[in-house]
Design a protein around this ligand. Structure first.
Ligand SMILES: NC(=O)c1ccc[n+]([C@@H]2O[C@H](COP(=O)([O-])OP(=O)(O)OC[C@H]3O[C@@H](n4cnc5c(N)ncnc54)[C@H](OP(=O)(O)O)[C@@H]3O)[C@@H](O)[C@H]2O)c1
Length: 252
C-alpha cells in the first residue's frame, strides 16, 4: 500500500533536509525519482547514494523560481522515465526574518517567490503530465507557521506557507474528478540545515514548543510525504496534513 513501484516522482529541495530524506525514501519504495535543487554536487551525491541502494534517480539542478526549469524537470521525468505520477514541491527557505516595518519589498518578494510562486510554477507544468497518467499525487511542503502559529519575524514565510494551503485546496477541487490528489504537508520543527535553531538556546526553545518536546528528524517527515504520495492515502485530498509533533496544539 505504501509501495511506489513503477511510479515516477519529482522531488524539489532534494539537496538537503526533508527533500533529501524523501527522495531516498521514495526511491526505496520503488519510485524513479527526479531530484531538484540549485546545488549540483549535493544532487549528484544523492543520486549516487540512491543508485548504491539499487534505486533509480536522476538530477537536474536549477532554481524553482525559473519557469524553464520547472518545464525541464517534467520533460526529464517524461523522457527518461515515461511520465509523472508524484510531485513533491518541497523547496523552501525561511528567508530574511524581522518585523514587517523593517522588511524590504525585495526580501518579501524573494521569500514569497521561493516558497509560494516556485510551487505554483512547479504545479503549472506538473499537472498536465500527472493528468496524462490518470492523476497521481501532488504535494506541497507548507508549515505550521502560517496555519496554527503566529511566529514573530516570519511574516513573508508565514504568508507563503498559508498561500500554499489555498493553492492546494483549489488544485484539489480543480482536478479531483480526473484522479489527481493534492495535499499540503505541514511539518513541525525539523532538524535540517534550513531550521532556524542555530544556538542551543534557540533549539531548546523550539523543542519546548512541541508536545513531543523534540524536533523531527527529516526521515519522519519523509514518511508522511510517502503516505501522501502512495495509495495509502487514496481518499485524502485537499488536506493540510500536520506532521508537527503537536506544536500546533501544545500550550505547555
Ligand atoms: N526544518 C523545519 O523546521 C521546517 C518546518 C516546516 C516546514 N519546513 C519546510 O520544509 C521544506 C524543506 O526545508 P528543510 O527544513 O529540509 O530545509 P533545507 O535543508 O534548507 O532544504 C531546503 C531545500 O530547498 C532547496 N531550495 C531552496 N531555495 C531554492 C530555490 N530557489 N530553487 C531550488 N531549490 C531551492 C535547497 O536546495 P539548494 O540550496 O541546493 O537550492 C534545499 O534542498 C521547506 O519548504 C521548508 O520551508 C521546514
Amino acid at each position: 500500500m505504501f509501495a511506489l513501484t513503477n511510479k515516477v516522482a519529482i522531488v524539489t529541495g532534494a539537496s538537503s533536509g526533508i527533500g533529501r530524506a524523501t527522495a531516498k525514501l521514495f526511491a526505496e519504495a520503488g519510485a524513479k525519482v527526479v531530484v531538484a535543487a540549485r546545488r549540483q554536487a549535493e544532487l549528484d551525491a544523492l543520486v549516487a547514494e540512491i543508485e548504491e541502494a539499487d534505486g533509480t534517480a536522476i538530477a537536474l539542478a536549477g532554481d524553482v523560481r525559473d519557469e524553464a526549469y520547472a518545464n525541464a524537470l517534467v520533460d526529464l521525468a517524461v523522457d527518461r522515465f515515461g511520465g509523472l505520477d508524484i510531485a513533491f514541491n518541497n523547496a523552501g527557505s525561511v528567508g530574511q526574518m524581522g518585523p514587517v516595518p523593517d522588511m524590504s519589498l525585495k526580501m518579501w518578494h524573494e521569500t514569497i517567490d521561493i516558497n509560494l510562486t516556485g510551487a505554483f510554477i512547479g504545479a503549472k507544468y506538473q499537472v498536465p503530465a500527472l493528468l496524462e497518467r490518470g492523476g497521481g499525487s501532488l504535494i506541497f511542503t507548507s508549515s505550521f507557521v502560517g496555519r496554527t502559529a503566529g511566529m514573530p519575524g516570519m511574516a513573508a514565510y508565514a504568508a507563503a506557507k498559508a498561500g500554499l494551503i489555498g493553492l492546494t485546496q483549489v488544485l484539489a477541487a480543480e482536478y479531483g474528478a480526473q484522479g489527481l490528489r493534492v495535499n499540503a504537508l505541514l511539518p513541525g520543527g525539523t532538524d535540517t540545515p534550513g531550521a532556524t535553531t542555530t544556538t542551543p538556546e534557540a533549539r531548546a526553545f523550539v523543542e519546548g514548543l512541541h508536545a513531543l518536546k523534540r524536533m523531527a528528524q527529516p526521515d519522519e517527515i519523509a514518511r508522511s510525504a510517502l503516505y501522501l504520495a502512495s495509495d495509502a492515502s487514496s481518499f485524502t485530498t485537499g488536506t493540510a496534513l500536520f506532521a508537527d509533533g503537536g506544536v500546533s496544539i501544545n500550550r505547555t
